[in-house]
Design a protein around this ligand. Structure first.
Ligand code: SF4
Length: 156
């Protein structure tokens, strides 16, 4: 399957608009909610945040999925495809609203850590969003709803 480098379309040549929607998370992140169901990310919203396989079955940590099965699930592929087109996925509405209000979104924060070289990620991505050799670099696995009150993110 042709990659973006080969086809010359998408974020590599699409100009400023696509850079405004690129987020590294759908390329490198693995997330579960407190019940063990896999999600796109902790701040995504709606049905697009709930990951499933091609049969429509929710993805769960008990299935011991490979990085490929997770990062190439239909929803994650669709989000990558939209971002490469310069579109905002519906699941990313919270980041969009944050940026519209003039604040720094989680997308911008995480891109500064994991998305400094988007082209390295895009070279392995086909036009339909399929990612070649997926590797999770950042995981947020929640094994329950008990909080130990020591997480810096909550500021408690
Ligand atoms: S843009 Fe925001 S909501 Fe979407 S994947 Fe990135 S961090 Fe998550």
């Amino acid at each position: 399957m042709a990659t973006l480098r080969e086809t010359g379309v998408g974020i590599l040549n699409a100009g400023e608009d696509s850079h405004k929607t690129f987020c590294a998370i759908p390329w490198i992140h693995r997330q579960t909610d407190e019940q063990g169901f896999h999600q796109l990310c902790a701040v995504a919203v709606g049905d697009g945040n709930n990951l499933s396989n091609t049969k429509g079955e929710r993805l769960h940590i008990s299935q011991q999925l490979t990085d490929d099965e997770f990062l190439n699930s239909p929803q994650v592929k669709a989000v990558r495809k939209q971002m490469m087109r310069g579109e905002w996925p519906a699941a990313c509405d919270r980041c969009w609203q944050t940026e519209q209000s003039g604040s720094t979104s989680i997308r911008q924060h995480l891109n500064s850590q994991f998305g400094q070289d988007p082209q390295a990620l895009l070279r392995r991505t086909s036009e339909d969003g399929l990612l070649d050799r997926p590797i999770v670099r950042f995981a947020d696995i929640r094994l329950g709803n008990v909080c130990n009150l020591t997480c810096r993110m909550c500021g408690r």
